[in-house]
Design a protein around this ligand. Structure first.
Ligand SMILES: Nc1ncnc2c1ncn2[C@@H]1O[C@H](COP(=O)(O)OP(=O)(O)OP(=O)(O)O)[C@@H](O)[C@H]1O
Ligand SMILES: [Mg+2]
Length: 227
């Protein structure tokens, strides 16, 4: 194990002992079932194993490490960052662990009792579209409320949503609303910062840039072929 991984493990141990004080011991109810907590936070099943502990134990590809360290730095001061409305924007090619790291942060949030909700942009737009067609607006309002008020919102695959006019307006509204309320967004995207600037209205990128640390990763996909 190399020094960076060892440091990461030591820091995680430290955090583990701190967060034990914050999190109440899980009771044997469905409400406190860890899997329920993950699914309630919207974490996709594929990423249930994504944790900083697993990363520290299994290692991290050299060229992803700077991004992983930034993610860990953020998670270490999660409450402060969340209070200050600070987010993160991970950009880079496909298969570069952006979603994995966003899920590691979500896990830390759950562990520390900080509200978090993960959703991919295409799913967010699909859900808003289908719910807006319902006659009863209750479900739609509940969902919109979650997107607006969750302490940390993770928007995965930003830019993969269909760029129709109303969608762009909706993205603008979500980002502006959360910006005004000092609620952070963590974004993963395949778009370069300049492409984000071109696609959305100027204020979207401007708000993201001013509240989120922008971290890029370059290199080939880490996904393997199926065997
Ligand atoms: N610690 C690790 N070491 C090496 N590979 C890993 C590690 N963690 C995850 N991976 C691999 O990285 C691949 C891509 O991860 P992930 O889905 O997070 O990428 P992504 O950057 O979000 O991609 P996309 O832009 O396509 O959404 C996964 O298939 C996984 O096998
Ligand atoms: Mg991804």
């Amino acid at each position: 194990m190399d020094e960076v991984s060892r440091n990461l493990i030591n820091q995680l141990r430290e955090l583990g002992s701190q967060s034990e004080k914050v999190v109440t011991p899980p009771a044997e109810s469905k409400q406190n079932n860890p899997i329920t907590a993950l699914s309630r936070a919207g974490i996709p099943k594929r990423y249930y194993r994504a944790t900083f502990e697993a990363l520290a134990e299994n290692g991290c590809p050299e060229d992803v490490r700077p991004m992983a360290e930034e993610a860990w730095k953020y998670a270490k001061h999660l409450k402060e960052n969340a209070e200050a409305g600070r987010g993160l924007l991970f950009f880079g090619e496909v298969g570069r662990m952006k979603t994995t790291l966003a899920c590691c942060i979500a896990r830390e949030a759950i562990k520390q009792g900080v509200g978090v909700y993960f959703i991919s942009m295409p799913e967010l737009m699909d859900t808003l579209t289908s719910m807006s067609r319902n006659k009863d607006p209750t479900e739609f309002r509940k969902f919109e409320d979650k997107i607006k008020h969750t302490r940390i919102l993770i928007l995965d695959d930003f830019g993969a949503e269909y760029p129709a006019g109303w969608v762009l307006n909706k993205v603008d509204a979500i980002i502006t609303n959360r910006y005004n309320n000092m609620l952070p967004i963590i974004i993963t995207t395949n778009m370069l910062p300049d492409e984000i600037k071109e696609r959305y209205v100027q204020r979207v990128f401007d708000r993201l840039r001013s509240t989120s640390k922008v971290i890029g990763t370059y290199g080939d996909s880490l996904r393997r072929n199926a065997e």
